[in-house]
Design a protein around this ligand. Sequence first.
Ligand code: 13P
Length: 243
Amino acid sequence: MRRPVIAGNWKMHMTCAQSREFMEAFLPLIADTPDDRDLVLAPPFTALSTMAELSQNSRVCLSSQNVHWEGQGAFTGEISPAMLKEHGVTHTIVGHSEPRKYFSESDEQINHRARSSQSNGLIPIVCVGESDEQRERGEAERVIRRQIEQGLEGLDAEKLVVAYEPIWAIGTGKTCAAEEANRICGLIRSWVGSPDLVIQYGGSVKPSNIDELMGMSDIDGVLVGGASLEPESFGRIANYQSA
Ligand code: 13P
């Protein structure tokens, strides 16, 4: 049985004070959220300690937005699994299209990050997705398949989440049609070959499209950017109602 995972990726937003303000408004909104889903928030590293305190005894699990594969060492700007676990982090986002694009992250590096997450008891959320140009050239499936094969190599499919995030749908307001997102998620499931793999959709998820997306057979959750920054909109997304 696949348990839905509703995750908010705060990217480079939210100071500690803003995180506090968010949680004060958000926690009451999820007081009656059905117990059939996991709720995850990925604040920036600097807000993890504050968020660990604020999410104690709540439904909210914490994710990091990155993790390194070494336990420690001369890796300026990176963060180790132990540093994250000290703050109660349970998930890590790896392979997001932003570090892929801005910092040339490779599938091999992403795989190292995901493996280090799993071997330290953290659940990697591995992001994959094609660009606009790749989709127009008819290469979407080939690109995603390569990302899956290289990024997930050697991983335990039952201890990970895949997020299908078409790059052209991120922050653009252009959501991928629910049927198409579902088709790609189904393909990913068949390539990985694990019926229990949890697969999220991400890219302009909003209160207005969450119910339709979560009603799809192969979409087991969402990874939300912009709409996770507002307690009301992320509260509505957390409280999705699927048919
Ligand atoms: P938006 O929801 O702002 O499109 O961002 C999606 C995303 O990148 C989540 O990781």
